[in-house]
Each structure stands twice: as structure tokens, then as C-alpha cells.
Design a protein around this ligand. Structure first.
Ligand code: TUI
Length: 315
């Protein structure tokens, strides 16, 4: 079995995180991933503390294993959910889409392990100094909000610029991806798209169907004009939004156009007007199965490769 320092640090069996996906990663999915030996994460997304408290209670009722909360720092409720996770003494907090340093002292004093997503060396150095336990290097292959660099480049660059354990994310959905991430210097992986089709994931069935059907060219990025590029499936919403970005529409109107689109995709399954965040690796995600089976498939796949059952020999 693959064991890394991340397993000891967090008390988990396998060094596999489930990404915090807005309107998708709830208490039930997080508990299923943690029960499967990985680290499940509840997404606090754009919701308030009352919603998050409910999901934390659900997760606690379904697992006694460690789990985490992902805080999206662009959320209008970031301050109140940040305080809630400290009060609840959640095992692990991951952050995305910004600089978490103003919350880090409060979280660390509450005994929480803080693991920010970093999209640059500058941010990695800053959170290392602020007391992070590890960092997630998420390349632009991922779904949702994306940085500039790819996983292939970002992971080794971050590894060389921090002494913290690095978790690789973006473009990873099977054993090959995990093995490659470990070769680049990571000690764990985070996957979003693959867990989106987990049986325990309560996202609308249309969303799962679209991921399972997606091919290599199925995703695109929108949102560059407002400084927050987002990768998702190429549907009517994404095409209309991209067109609007290049028109003379105001920034305010553009922002309004994006409002509620994640909800319409994840909860309502609206194929036309929803924003279906998804990673490039959707093309390799082909079936719905229990979260625990996903973890085992990825970990045993990586083990086979790393123990020599691959396509080269060293002579
Ligand atoms: O956060 C994500 N993925 C997301 S968030 C999201 S919801 C959303 N809502 C409104 C606008 C945009 C998205 C859907 N998907 N992934 C983690 C991630 N964090 N990727 C990249 C980053 C990141 C980017 C910049 C982390 C830090 C950072 O620092 C910038 C700075 O210097 O403040």
C-alpha cells in the first residue's frame, strides 16, 4: 500500500483528497470518502454558516474518521464560515481562490491543519510562513476556478519552493495520474471530477451523465475578463458567457450573467443555463461507483505502476 507522510500527518489511510466542489461536496460525500480511507471535504462555497453547520453535522453522523472543510475565499460568507470551522475544531481546512493568511492564526490556534490551494510560488511561500501544514498545487487542468500553470509544471515548482508536503491536483483521476504526481514530488493527490460521479455524490444526475459522456475537447475556460477564469463543460451557457465577455456588455452585467449558474447545474441539472465545472480529465471518467472503490482503483493503479508493472525497464 502507498503510504506517505500525509497519511501520518492527517491520520488517513490513503493520501487521496476529494476536492471541495461548490454545491456538490456535501457532508454525505465527504463522509463516504473519509470512510473509504481518503480525506473527504465539505465545500463551504458561497453558502452561509448555517448551511455549513448542517453539512458538518451530517458528516459527523456518518463517519468517525477525519474530514475537512474547503473555504472558497471569494465567498461573501468567508468570514462567518472561517469562524465556524474554528469553533467546530474541524480536522483540516483547505482554501481556494485567494490568500487565506488573515484566518490562519485563528485556525491554527484551534488545532486545525490548514492546507491552502496555491497557484503560485509567492502564495506557497506566504502560507508556509503563516503556518500551513501542507499545500495543494492545483494546475489549470482542473475544473472550476483555475490558475495559469499546469499540474506538470506547478507541482515540481512548488515542491522546490517549500519544505511542506505538496498535494497535486488538476488532471488526476486514475492510478497513472497519481503515480505521475508522486514522481513530480507530491505526497498525495486531490481529485474533484472523479469523485463527482461517486455513488454517494448527490449532484443532479444530468451532471454525472455529462461528465461520463465528455470527450477530450469537452471543457473550456470562461471568466478571464473578470480575473476569475473557470473551467467547465462546453455547453450553451459557457458559449453564451464567452461571447458576452468579448462584447461591450458592462462588467456588472457580465457578473450577473454568471450568478446562480453553478446552482442551476449542480442542483437543477439545467443543461442549457447551468455552469458545469469539470476538469479536462472528464474524458477518462466513465462510470459511477462507490467512493471507496474510486480510492482503491486509483491507489492500486498507482502501486502497480510504481512497483514496476509499466512500459519501460531500466538496463
Ligand atoms: O477554488 C478553486 N476552484 C473553484 S472556486 C469555484 S466558485 C467561484 N466563484 C466565483 C468565481 C470563481 C469561482 C469554483 N471552483 N480551486 C482552488 C484554486 N485556488 N485554484 C486556484 C486558486 C488560487 C488562485 C489564486 C489560489 C490562490 C490564489 O491567490 C491569488 C492571490 O494572490 O490572492
Amino acid at each position: 500500500m502507498i503510504k506517505t507522510e500525509l497519511c501520518d500527518l492527517l491520520g488517513i489511510q490513503y493520501p487521496v483528497f476529494q476536492g471541495g466542489m461548490a454545491w456538490i461536496s456535501d457532508g454525505k460525500l465527504a463522509a463516504a470518502v473519509s470512510n473509504g480511507g481518503g480525506l473527504g471535504l465539505i465545500s463551504a462555497m458561497n453558502a452561509d454558516a448555517a448551511y455549513l453547520k448542517k453539512q458538518i453535522d451530517i458528516a459527523r453522523s456518518l463517519t468517525d474518521k477525519p474530514f475537512g472543510v474547503n473555504i472558497m475565499l471569494l465567498s461573501p460568507f468567508a468570514d462567518e464560515v472561517a469562524k465556524l470551522v474554528a469553533d467546530e475544531k474541524i480536522d483540516v481546512v483547505t482554501t481556494g481562490a485567494g490568500n487565506p493568511s488573515k484566518f490562519m492564526t485563528m485556525w491554527i490556534e484551534a488545532g486545525i491543519k490548514v492546507i491552502p490551494v496555491v497557484a503560485s510560488v509567492g502564495m506557497a511561500k506566504l502560507v508556509t510562513k503563516a503556518g500551513a501544514s501542507a499545500v495543494i498545487a492545483e494546475g489549470g487542468e482542473s475544473g472550476g476556478h483555475v490558475g495559469e500553470l499546469t499540474t506538470m509544471t506547478l507541482v515540481p515548482i512548488i515542491c522546490d519552493n517549500t519544505n511542506l508536503p505538496v498535494i497535486a491536483a488538476g488532471g488526476i483521476a486514475d492510478g497513472r495520474g497519481m503515480a505521475a504526481a508522486l514522481m513530480l514530488g507530491a505526497v498525495g493527490v486531490q481529485m474533484g471530477t472523479r469523485f463527482l460521479v461517486a455513488e454517494e455524490c448527490g449532484v443532479h444526475p444530468n451532471y454525472k451523465k455529462k461528465i461520463i459522456k465528455a470527450n477530450d475537447l469537452a471543457t473550456m475556460t470562461t471568466g478571464k475578463r473578470l480575473g476569475h477564469p473557470v473551467r467547465g463543460l462546453r455547453n450553451q451557457f459557457a458559449k453564451d458567457y464567452l461571447k458576452a465577455e468579448y462584447s461591450d456588455i458592462t462588467d456588472e452585467a457580465l457578473e450577473k450573467l454568471g450568478g446562480g449558474a453553478l446552482y442551476r447545474a449542480a442542483i437543477e441539472g439545467d443543461e442549457k443555463t447551468g455552469s458545469f465545472c469539470a476538469g479536462q480529465i472528464s474524458a477518462l471518467v466513465t462510470k459511477e461507483e462507490p467512493a471507496a472503490d474510486i480510492i482503491l482503483d486509483v491507489v492500486t493503479g498507482a502501486e502497480k505502476i510504481l512497483s514496476g508493472a509499466n512500459r519501460f525497464s531500466i538496463q
